[in-house]
Design a protein. Structure first.
Length: 403
């Protein structure tokens, strides 16, 4: 569905661009007062139209900020060139006023403010230049009522700012809704899978594990075989852990008891538990808490959340690097920040965090982070992963503050 929507969007873009290119070339060739000779202005007009058309056609393949910047600069150059080449065309003033709209259509916030400032500066210099050269008679549409023209220009920029503000809010809301839908779909898919197979898998695993434990204690087997039984039991324990995680997603706890939790106490409790695990790789866990941080949550789920996040940080860290944990008040929320100096993640890997069965660990399932996301969402919290390849990862968890 997503792929179809993208294809439809690109198709609509090309239809619009082709129409725009046709209009630009019609403007050059039909009823042009500068046609019929080797006018340098007309040649410049044609060259910019050709270059702009090429960049517009290539844009779907190169959706970068730099590419959008080039398009805005070329479009601005073309519009101001039209203004100076054809001073009696009233639509040129309208086009100048609408230059920031290009950035709105390209959904680029930084570029919008850049084009807004650029357009204001260019128009200001254009007006000064016209008056310095005594060209008021050549540009009567602008200079005939200069105060009115300036007021109209400022008004158009304010309207575009308002339109951009509303558009950006709508886009951000759609992105949040889309992410929520993707997360819900992941939970639904995983839950259906768990409900279908978890119990059927757990029963034979329990039987096999029981026999292996019995054979491990049987002295008639030599030491080498008993060690292999131990290895098999460990693998079955891993499989049972995956099944338990699946079941916790498919059948979340109902009527959970919540209580007021002191975050500092819980953090020290969990870190004391995991400190020895971290010291195996010389990863010391540092905890820092500012002020009184209390939240309302199910104690067992909060413990599970902290263990998952801190354990992941330890496993991702290089030997000797510390795990830094900070908790503090942030307006009406309590923020818990867990940072490691490990291998980090690329932007693509970061996007896939929380996807079922996607993990960067050798024996990971990806379900641990999915469970963490679910726990945080159940208590109106947020969880955010920040990472750069080779520079470690920071996990920010926020819960509403409880007095």
């Amino acid at each position: 569905m997503e792929k179809y929507a993208i294809q439809r969007s690109v198709k609509s873009y090309y239809y619009t661009v082709f129409f725009l290119i046709i209009c630009m070339f019609i403007g050059i060739s039909m009823s042009n007062p500068r046609s019929g000779g080797t006018d340098s202005g007309l040649i410049s007009h044609g060259v910019i139209v050709v270059v702009l058309s090429i960049f517009l056609l290539l844009y779907p393949k190169f959706r970068t900020h730099s590419f959008r910047l080039i398009i805005v600069i070329l479009a601005s150059t073309l519009i101001y060139l039209l203004f100076f080449l054809y001073p009696n065309t009233a639509s040129n003033l309208i086009l100048i006023s609408l230059i920031p709209t290009i950035s709105i259509l390209l959904f680029d916030e930084k570029l919008f403010y850049f084009s807004l400032i650029l357009n204001t500066v260019l128009l200001g210099f254009s007006i000064i230049y016209i008056y310095l050269e005594d060209w008021e008679a050549i540009y009567p549409l602008l200079t005939g009522d200069i105060v009115g023209s300036i007021v109209n220009f400022i008004g158009s920029q304010v309207i575009q700012c308002f339109a951009f503000y509303l558009t950006s809010i709508r886009i951000k809301n759609q992105q949040v809704y889309y992410e929520q839908m993707k997360h819900s779909e992941r939970l639904k898919t995983t839950g259906e899978l768990a409900a279908a197979v978890a119990h059927e898998i757990r029963n034979p695993l329990t039987v096999v594990k029981g026999y292996l434990q019995m054979y491990k204690q049987d002295q008639s087997f030599d030491t080498d075989k008993r060690e292999k039984f131990t290895l098999l039991i460990e693998e079955l324990n891993t499989a049972e852990q995956v099944i338990s995680e699946l079941l916790s997603l498919s059948k979340p706890l109902k009527n959970k008891e919540t209580e007021k939790i002191n975050v500092e106490t819980s953090l020290h409790s969990v870190t004391d538990l995991l400190q020895s695990y971290g010291l195996l790789n010389e990863n010391k866990i540092n905890v820092s808490v500012e002020g009184t941080c209390t939240i309302t949550i199910n104690k067992m789920e909060f413990h599970q959340l902290l263990v998952n996040i801190i354990k992941n940080a330890i496993e991702a860290s290089s030997s000797g690097n510390p795990i830094n944990i900070f908790a503090g008040r942030k307006r009406s929320y309590v923020e818990i920040k867990v940072s490691d100096v490990g291998q980090g993640m690329s932007a693509k890997e970061l996007e896939l965090v929380g996807t079922p069965f996607y993990s960067l660990k050798e024996k990971g399932t990806g379900l641990g982070i999915m469970i963490c996301n679910q726990i945080v969402a159940n208590y109106n919290g947020t969880i955010k992963f920040e990472s750069n390849k080779g520079h470690g990862t920071t996990v920010r968890i926020c819960f509403p503050y409880k007095k």
